[in-house]
Design a protein around this ligand. Sequence first.
Ligand code: SF4
Ligand code: SF3
Length: 506
Amino acid sequence: MLCRQCEETLPGTGCIKNGVCGKTSELAEKQDLLISTLIELASGDKRCPKCDTFLVDGLFMTLSNTNFDGSKIDALREAVVAKIGDVPIRVKDIQSLDTNDDLRSLKELLLFGLKGLAAYYHHARVLGFEDDSIPAFIRKGLSSLPKALSADELVALNMECGDVGVRCLALLDNANTSTYGVPELTTVSTSVGDRPGILITGHDLKDLEQLLEQTDGLGIDVYTHGEMLPANSYPAFKRYPHLKGNYGGAWYAQKEEFESFNGPIIATTNCVLIPKDSYRDRLFTTGTAGVEGVVHIDDVDGRKDFSKVIELAKGCSPPEPIERNDLTIGFGHSQVLALADKVIDAVKTGAIKRFVVMAGCDGREKSRLYYKEFAQALPKDAVILTAGCAKYRFNDCDLGDIGGIPRLIDAGQCNDCYSLVVIANALADAFGTDVNGLPLSFNISWYEQKAVLVLLSLLKLGVKDIMLGPRLPGFITPNILNVLVDTFGIKANSTVEQDLVILNIE
Ligand code: SF4
Ligand code: SF3
C-alpha cells in the first residue's frame, strides 16, 4: 500500500504498511481498486443517476476515517463492475497515476480534491439538492487521471475543481438552510442529563433529523459530537427539547469520549475511528461510514430505522460528565451580516484590527496545540472566524468580545467555510477592496480531503498567503510546492511567535 492523502501520513514515505489511521494494507488495496474502477466508470459512456451515486459515494467512502469495512468497499466496486463490465484497469494506485513525480503530485491533489467535492455533494444530494455540473466535473476529473497531461493542464483542472467546489459549498449551504432554517446564535450545553443518551457524530444533518423524530418523547436524550455540533444552531433541530447539547470534542478524542458516553453512538460520516472493544457493541454506522463488525443502518427509500439504536439506549446508563465550557455557535453568514454595520464600524474605529480565519480540521498530534496557543496569543483586537472541527482546539477558551462582537465567530461545519467566504466578500465590498485587501489572515489546519477541496476553493477565489499546517501535504513535491508558494503565497506554519509576525499580526 501507499497512502498519503491525509495530514497524519508518515512523513517522507506515506503510509506503506498500515495507516496511522488504522487502515490495513488489505483495506488500502480494496480502496485503490475501487478508485481505479471509478476512474473507468467515469471514462466510459455510462450515464445514469445510479452511476453518479457510485462515483460520489465511492469517492466519499475512501476519504480518510470514513469507511473501514472492506466488504462495503468491495460491494460498491462489484456494483460498478456489473454496470461497466470487466474493463481493464489503467490506474492501479497513486504510484501509477504518473511516472513523473510532479505530475503525479498534481494528479493526487486533484484526486483528493475530488474526494472532498464528492463528500460535500453527497450531503447536498441527501437533502434533494442536485446540480448536474458537479458530477459532470467529477467524471471529467477522474477520467483525466490516466491521461498524459502537462503541469499547466493539471493546474487548470485543480483550479476548476476549486471553482466547482465553491459551487458545491454554496449548494450545500442552500440545502442545509432551506431544509433546516438559518442557523441562530445558540449557547450549546456541554453538561449531561440523568437519562440515557444517544450520541451522533459526523456531518449528516438528515440522519440527526430522523433520529430526533424517532426518539421524540421516549425519555432518551440526543447529544452531538464532533462535526455534528453545529446542528444545535438550526431552528429545525432546536425545537426538540431532547436534543440535549454537545458531548466531548473533536474526532480524535472519540476513543475516550465514546467509552464514557455509556450509550449508543451513530457515526454518520467521517471521522470515525476503529473502536475500542469497550464501546464497539454500542457503535453504529450509516451512510458512507462503515467499520468492519459494526452494525450499519441502511437507508431504505430515504428512511433510516434507528430502532436498534433506541432499544439499546433504553438499557444504558446516562453519560459520564466531561468538563467543558458551554459553546456559542451559529454564526453563519446571515447572523454575521446582520451585525455587519457594527463590524464595519468596529474596523473603522480601530476596535477590530484584524480577522483571522482559523478553520479546517483537527487531528491527534500534540503539535496541534499550536492552534490553541496561536488563538490565545492573538491581540485582543483580533477576531477569529472558524468552521470545521479545527475549532475544538480553542472553542472552550474564553476569548471575550469586542463591543458585543464575539472574538470567536463559529460558522459551523467545515463546509461552512463557505459562510466565511461570504462574510469576507461582504466586508471587502463595504471597504471597496478585495479579500486580500482586508485586514484578514488565513491560518488553516487540515487533516483530510474535504479540507483539500476547501483549500482549492479558496485558491480559486483568489485568496493569497494562506498559512497551512500543522504539516504541508505529504503528496506535494518540492517543485509543486514552489508553484503553490510563487502563485498563491502558501506558507507552512512554524512557531506562534514567528507566524504572528509573518501574518503581520501585531
Ligand atoms: Fe495514512 Fe492518512 Fe492514508 Fe490513513 S488516510 S493510510 S493515515 S495517509
Ligand atoms: Fe473534521 Fe474529520 Fe476535517 Fe469537517 S471531522 S473537518 S477532520
